[in-house]
Design a protein around this ligand. Structure first.
Ligand SMILES: [Zn+2]
Length: 200
């Protein structure tokens, strides 16, 4: 699934949806971890394929599983802030939203931020962009949707991939079945098509 072009336009240049399209590159991202077992399996799949990615981590998970978080970085992946409590921007006062990001930043220490659920208000954007690069996405795989099969997730990837695509997967319980089954095939697809994998 792609974010509608009209919405990308309205949100303007404060948010990054896609990297420049000259190079045949894709940017894999994994949200909501680290989660025991699942994150480790995603790391193993990426290592087996020699692919590096960017993990947008939830602060409370980093606090619970610091060794797993350290392992993500040790394996050469990039990390980003996804708030401490996976807050929905539209339902959270800006002061609380910023405080929550700050709390996560103490653990994650990254210049990258992705708003949970893609929800962020103008006021929040204006404040967050002073300290972070706000990263959205070009393709959301919907791996968290349990009504979708891994094949459907894969066909989503095949249909929408293009140069500079930022692709969202999840290393979460909800997405476990789809991400673990679809990721190896998706990586093979991108390799066959000649894409390089880059980190944000
Ligand atoms: Zn999330």
């Amino acid at each position: 699934m792609q974010f509608p072009a009209c919405l990308r336009f309205i949100f303007g240049k404060d948010l990054l949806w896609r990297k420049p399209s000259e190079a045949k590159s894709v940017y894999l991202t994994f949200d909501d971890g680290p989660v025991p077992h699942i994150t480790a399996q995603v790391l193993a799949l990426l290592a087996a394929e020699g692919v590096r990615a960017t993990f947008f981590c939830v602060g409370q998970n980093v606090e619970k599983y610091p060794e797993l978080f350290a392992e993500i970085k040790r394996q050469g992946h990039s990390v980003g802030n996804h708030t401490f409590n996976h807050l929905k921007g539209f339902r959270t006062r800006t002061e609380n939203y910023l405080e929550n990001i700050k709390k996560a930043d103490k653990l994650i220490q990254s210049p990258l931020f992705r708003p949970p659920h893609g929800q962020i208000t103008w006021r929040q954007i204006r404040a967050v962009r002073q300290n972070f690069r706000i990263i959205m996405w070009d393709i959301i795989t919907c791996d968290y949707d349990r009504t979708l099969s891994p094949a459907a997730v894969l066909s989503n990837v095949k249909k929408y991939s293009r140069n500079g695509s930022i692709v969202v997967f999840h290393d979460s319980m909800k997405a476990q079945k789809n991400v673990l089954a679809a990721l190896p095939a998706a990586i093979r697809f991108w390799k066959t098509e000649g894409y390089e994998f880059k980190v944000l």
